[in-house]
Design a protein around this ligand. Structure first.
Ligand code: PLP
Length: 389
């Protein structure tokens, strides 16, 4: 049976060219990049080439890219590292209540340990207004961290305006750009942010490697302590093959950014057009103007998203309810709650995310199956007395 993967925001398949380049650093080159002999220098060189490729994708200088084990580590580093480096100035951090759990749960942890965290609320489309961020600033604020693109509803945030406000107040700015990377143009110089989190496995690279962009001169303490890797800022022997893969994925993303956005958004728009025209009682969440090119967050009224997911799974179609991290639980999505979607509609919401390997046939097959699945579930739910709806 056909397989359709529509969960590119959870992770992406590794591109063949990426895997091929990585394999040379798994089966071949094995020298430790810190070793001084030839095979060590060859590995170091490979890491630096990858660093330059990741830097180019966000218009940073190569020496501003610090490799980490994942996007989550980069987020944690930004929070703990800035809080520690600026502890004499204050203990207040501003973020939002629609961030990825890598930020929200880090904030919650820190708030139990003496930090004061403000979670700014978005509007109905998931946009964080720069004014609401500015209003939350106190003389103790050390960090402002707002994500660049939301992972559930795809909303793109006004990072440039927010970074400008941070700068005017002498506050460090961070953005979690894991969903933005390779999906929207990113220019750190134009955005003016001090810190940016990245991850390889959302851009057709391997899992288990990420990076923190640290603008030259930004005050931040180390998070991982040990050896002198990454200019003594992030200890631990480099994930050589992973870093090489991240570099290759970044290079491909840079070379194809425009085509990727055009292709993916075209398929997403076609999907949304068919779904909204052919299935009654649906609602699209988030902003259509400021949106991740591949994201379609759709609420199917009167039925459970979990049931839709499972029936689609039987047809080898892979989608997600909310974010992958919360999909294992029945706790309603904090993002959909934050934009004011009523609880009963949150439970009927599915996130479809389109990517580079998606075809028009995949979309047609998915919509055809969806029509059948939704009709079937609504039929059961109406027999059920609409379960109170
Ligand atoms: C996936 C994701 C992360 C976590 O990145 P990992 O590399 O999986 O740790 C953080 N933030 C956002 C917005 C994400 O989508």
């Amino acid at each position: 049976m056909k397989e359709v993967y529509l969960d590119y925001s959870a992770t992406t398949p590794v591109k063949k060219e990426v895997a091929e380049e990585m394999s040379q650093y798994i089966l071949g080159h094995y020298g430790n990049p810190s070793s001084l002999y030839k095979i060590g220098s060859a590995s170091k060189e490979a890491v630096d080439i990858a660093r330059a490729k990741v830097a180019k994708l966000i218009n940073a200088a190569p020496e501003e890219i610090y490799f980490t084990s994942c996007g989550t580590e980069a987020d944690n580093w930004a929070f703990f590292g800035v809080a520690d480096a600026k502890r004499k100035k204050g203990n207040h951090i501003i973020t939002s209540n629609i961030e990825h759990h890598a930020i929200i749960h880090t904030g919650n942890y820190m708030s139990k340990r003496g930090y004061d965290i403000t979670y700014v609320e978005p509007d109905k489309e998931g946009r964080i207004s720069p004014e609401s961020v500015e209003k939350a600033i106190t003389d103790k604020t050390v960090l402002i961290s707002i994500m660049m693109v939301n992972n559930e509803i795809g909303t793109i945030e006004p990072i440039k305006e927010i970074a400008k406000i941070a700068k005017e107040h002498g506050i460090t700015s961070h953005t979690d750009a894991v969903q933005a990377l390779g999906n929207v143009p990113i220019d750190v110089k134009d955005l003016g942010v001090d810190l940016m989190s990245l991850s390889a496995h959302k851009i057709y690279g391997p899992k288990g490697v990420g990076a923190l962009y640290i603008k030259k001169g930004t005050l931040i303490s180390n998070y991982m302590h040990g050896g002198g890797q990454e200019k003594k800022k992030r200890a631990g022997t480099e994930n050589l093959a992973g870093i090489v893969g991240f570099g290759k994925a970044a290079e491909i993303a840079y070379d194809n950014l425009e085509d990727h956005i055009k292709k993916v958004s075209g398929l997403r728009d076609y999907f949304l057009k068919r779904v909204t025209e052919e299935i009654p009682d649906v609602q699209v969440n988030g902003s259509m103007e400021y949106r991740h090119p591949g994201n379609a967050s759709v609420t199917f009224k009167y039925i459970e998203g979990e049931a839709i997911l499972l029936l689609l799974n039987e047809k080898n179609i892979y989608v997600s309810t909310g974010s992958a991290c919360s999909s294992a639980s029945l706790v309603p999505s904090h993002v959909l709650m934050a934009i004011g979607v009523p609880a009963e509609l949150i439970h009927g919401t599915i996130r479809f995310t389109v990517g580079d390997f998606t075809t028009k046939e995949d979309i047609d097959y998915t919509v055809d199956c969806l029509k059948e699945v939704v009709a079937k579930l609504r039929n059961i739910s109406s027999v059920d007395g609409k379960k109170g709806w």
